[in-house]
Design a protein around this ligand. Structure first.
Ligand code: C5J
Length: 220
């Protein structure tokens, strides 16, 4: 057991029962020309967390622990993309439309894949998820149970959408959740802060937050 200085109070990490979940570090969200940018977002904010996220992944790899990467994407026939999601808002490009990196958020297309700097290596789990939460309509819950995982460290994008949704799903399933503060980001800095404040309030009602350096130190 290792104690991590976290907010709102120390997190007692049990590395052998811990997995890292890296949420949606996909080219469509992070790189210029992808879906995120077509929605009018500044993707440089998200690109800035790549080095810290890489350091976190390296720490988990060195410790030999479970690493899960998620990708928000849909089947090519979009059977798993409800019209309520596809037709929402007024973006220049919709899910399934051809874009600069292939069809937007469609599995197998270059834009839906993970950025090269954080690319999974053999043995790491990759979960394709049609929703914001990584437990919805995926085998993630069963895979974590099989491995005896009880604690989850989170990184990825965006803090207030897919990261927060998955942390809330995990919290309701009984996992202790720790968010790596400098390895998560939002297109909107105020939303990142608000999401972290909400999740750590009321005695870590959803989970804890700590910097990558403290998490990696606890793994070594
Ligand atoms: C969004 C995500 N923001 N990965 N997806 O649509 O947070």
């Amino acid at each position: 057991m290792a104690t991590i200085k976290a907010r709102p109070f120390d997190f007692n990490l049990e590395p052998e029962k811990t997995a890292l979940i890296v949420i949606d570090m996909q080219r469509d969200f992070v790189e210029p020309g992808g879906f995120g940018e077509t929605l009018g977002n500044d993707v440089t904010r998200l690109q800035a967390i790549i080095p810290a996220t890489a350091a976190l992944i390296t720490g988990f790899r060195k410790a030999g622990l479970t690493i899960v990467h998620t990708r928000e994407c849909h089947r090519p026939d979009l059977a798993d993309c409800p019209p309520a999601k596809k037709d929402r808002g007024n973006p220049k490009l919709r899910i399934g439309d051809p874009g600069p990196m292939g069809r937007i958020l469609v599995s197998g297309e270059p834009g839906a894949d993970i950025v090269p700097e954080l690319y999974p290596v053999e043995g790491e789990i990759v979960i394709d998820k049609p929703g914001k939460g990584a437990f919805y309509a995926t085998p993630l819950g069963d895979m974590l149970k099989e491995r005896g995982i009880t604690q989850l460290v989170f990184a990825g994008v965006t803090t207030e959408v897919c990261v927060q949704t998955t942390m809330r799903e995990a919290n309701d399933r009984g996992y202790e959740c720790l968010l790596a503060e400098d390895a998560t980001e939002s297109y909107f800095p105020e939303f990142k802060k608000a999401a972290i404040d909400m999740m750590t309030a009321q005695g870590a009602i959803v989970g804890w937050v700590a910097p990558v350096s403290s998490i990696v130190e606890a793994l070594s």
